[in-house]
Design a protein around this ligand. Structure first.
Ligand code: PDD
Length: 267
């Protein structure tokens, strides 16, 4: 396999990172992640806009513009013959004398095999563990996932599939996905302390009447249907939070219809 490292496409096993890069020693860097289908990157423009925005907001210098990044992505997909897969773009904080201030970082773009939830999860829905937490600088796609990685051992021990973050009574999102709540046919999604997911954006296009508002944990527990969205999970039903069954305990009709509509949208 090949990857892009800083200014050229090279064999992936030749890519290196300086051990003092603050991406590594301080967890300071940004990334983005999208899929290809039939060798075509899905919703590429949105992902590139978000990557560029993340770089700006973290004061990391990106030497390439959107068109140049898109060209590299297309070259890499064809060099790797990536029919269905994931593409990850990472920009690190760089090496600095004080081991703290961002400098010229390293840019990597590489291809990955996809890891989707098992089909049975889409049929039964998943269980989330409610956790009091809020992601820092939530709308920037930083590489800092220390909390979710650390916490994954706990949700696994509890027999859950992921977490639902809430703080002061308000929910925000899951560890790597956005959440939607359906009650009496009305659909809503949180407005604050979230990453603005590209999959969330697609759902908002499919269901434009979705209310974007503060949502309490209470409302989530009383919902008729719940689902989460992300690049790798697409539209995934949630049927349990802690020991509370959501709605009928099975994926609901609105969620199921949306799963179908989303599948058509990405064809
Ligand atoms: N996660 N919220 C968080 C905190 C995320 O990390 C992600 C993406 C999302 C959903 O965004 P999108 O629909 O653009 O994928 C929401 C990626 C897939 C990951 O880290 O694996």
């Amino acid at each position: 396999p090949f990857c892009f490292a800083n200014d050229r496409i090279i064999a992936s096993d030749k890519a290196t990172l300086h051990p003092m890069d603050i991406g590594l020693i301080r967890g300071y860097g940004i990334f983005d992640f999208f899929r290809t289908a039939h060798h075509t990157p899905l919703f590429l423009s949105d992902y590139l806009d978000r990557f560029i925005r993340s770089a700006e907001k973290t004061h990391l210098k990106l030497d390439l513009n959107k068109e140049e990044l898109a060209q590299i992505v297309h070259d890499l997909i064809s060099r790797n013959d990536l029919e269905f897969g994931g593409v990850r773009m990472v920009l690190t904080g760089g090496v600095s004398e004080n081991h703290f201030s961002p400098t010229a970082g390293q840019l990597f773009i590489f291809c990955e095999a996809l890891d989707f939830p098992a089909p049975s999860k889409y049929e039964s829905g998943i269980k989330l563990l409610a956790v009091e937490h809020i992601r820092a600088i939530a709308d920037i796609k930083t590489t800092n996932y220390a909390f979710p990685v650390w916490h994954s051992a706990i949700w696994k021990k509890e027999g859950a599939d992921d977490v639902l973050y809430h703080l002061n009574g308000q929910v925000s999102e899951s560890s790597r996905s956005n959440i939607f709540v359906i009650k009496d046919g009305e659909i809503a999604t949180p407005n604050k302390h979230i990453l603005h997911g590209i999959t969330r954006k697609r759902v908002l296009e499919l269901i434009p009447q979705t209310e974007i508002k503060a949502i309490s944990l209470e409302e989530v527990l009383r919902a008729d249907e719940l689902f989460i969205t992300s690049t790798t999970k697409k539209v995934l039903p949630v049927t349990q939070i802690d020991n509370n069954k959501i709605g009928s305990g099975k994926p609901g009709p609105i969620t199921q219809k949306l799963m179908q509509d989303f599948a058509i949208m990405e064809k």
